[in-house]
Design a protein around this ligand. Structure first.
Ligand code: SF4
Length: 66
């Protein structure tokens, strides 16, 4: 396990509403923590059904935490 924390407005899979991985937003939803080693499904996004890392990205990113 290798935890990483990024701002919620960074356009990565970990902050995207399509990503099925484990996301841990802080109380104000300004940052999202995730496991750098996890691969999880992109559900309905740019890599639909692909196994994506939290650091992945694509043009169909949709912000989850606002
Ligand atoms: S591949 Fe694109 S749509 Fe899918 S989870 Fe990552 S950023 Fe979101």
């Amino acid at each position: 396990m290798s935890m990483q924390k990024i701002p919620a407005d960074w356009r990565n899979c970990a902050t995207c509403s399509h990503w099925c991985g484990r996301k841990m937003p802080d109380m104000l939803c300004k940052f999202v923590e995730f496991d750098n080693n996890e691969r999880a499904r992109c559900a309905g996004g740019g890599f639909n059904n692909g196994q994506m890392p939290g650091t992945g990205t694509c043009p169909k990113w949709e912000r989850q935490y606002k």
